[in-house]
Design a protein around this ligand. Structure first.
Ligand code: MN
Length: 287
């Protein structure tokens, strides 16, 4: 079994633009070594928005060197980028954007959600790329709810949606650059589940809603993160209440991490280059 290394509570929330009230559940500056290939997880909401005339969100900004994965639970988000990609994702949908060599994008509430208002709940995960892939062309995967295998757990224990990786012989639709798993897990109160995660992989549980017991006595509350050892295989989780969590696991990328703001590279020199390229207009334009 993997050993539980620690439980981390989210710091107080902050706003990303005027559309996304997030709690940062982890970031690479503190936990990068333990969570690789994952860099950061922002959990937005659940927050009620009233109807509005202008979409709320975050305007044009760059990314380079990694991927952003947006998972929507409630509400609707629209995206547009300088690589010419864009789309609207709603409940159950996932947008897997590979920034890689660099792009500009914007993230807003969709027009329809802006007009109607409603409950917004989503998560954005940053996934690192190995050095060999940080310079590849940007890519955009729209993964619809219907494309994500949903495995019903035995005895009404809940459901596991396979966004990436493999569970119970079901393969998730996301194409990834390194071996990893992203699972959207709903676990019913009282249920216990064994999660198959390989020896050598990082593993963490990000609890969005509910309460979990880990091991004999440790408890995980809302917006808490549990981090496990890379050594050992598999872990077990028990739901004290109906729970919604992300299971994140992957083969660590054993390379230096140098990050600043929207860029995550391998060296400080590459970060300086990213700023120079941005100023020189080499990230394209939104058109
Ligand atoms: Mn962004």
């Amino acid at each position: 079994m993997k050993a539980l290394i620690g439980i981390y509570h989210s710091p107080p929330g902050h706003w990303v633009g005027d559309g996304f009230p997030v709690r940062t559940m982890f970031s690479y500056d503190r936990l990068g070594r333990h969570l690789s290939p994952f860099l950061l997880l922002d959990y937005a909401g659940p927050q009620q928005f009233g109807p509005a005339a202008q979409p709320r969100g975050v305007g044009e900004h760059p990314h380079r060197g990694f991927e952003t994965v947006t998972i929507v639970y409630s509400g609707e988000v629209a995206h547009r980028d300088s690589a010419g990609n864009g789309g609207t994702i709603g409940p159950g949908d996932v947008q897997w954007m590979t920034a890689a060599s660099g792009l500009l994008h914007e993230e807003f509430h969709s027009e329809a959600f802006t007009r109607s208002g409603g409950l917004l709940e989503m998560a954005q995960l940053w996934v690192n790329l190995p050095a060999r892939d940080k310079g590849v062309a940007p890519r955009y995967q729209t993964i619809l709810n219907a494309d994500i295998p949903a495995v019903a757990l035995p005895a009404g224990a809940g459901q596991l949606r396979v966004i990436a990786g493999e569970f119970d012989a079901q393969r998730g639709p996301a194409a990834t650059h390194t071996p990893l798993a992203v699972w959207d897990l709903r676990l019913a109160a009282g249920a216990t589940l064994q999660l198959p995660i390989p020896e050598g992989w990082s593993a963490s549980l990000a609890l969005l809603r509910g309460a979990l017991r880990l091991g004999d006595s440790q408890e995980l509350g809302e917006a808490d993160l549990a981090v496990y050892s890379t050594s050992g295989a598999n872990l077990a989780v028990h739901a004290l209440r109906d729970s919604v969590l992300l299971v994140l696991a992957g083969e660590p990328i054993l390379e230096p991490i140098a990050g600043y703001g929207p860029f995550v590279m391998n060296s400080r020199q590459e970060i300086e280059q990213a700023f120079a390229d941005l100023q020189a207009g080499r990230f394209g334009s939104m058109g």
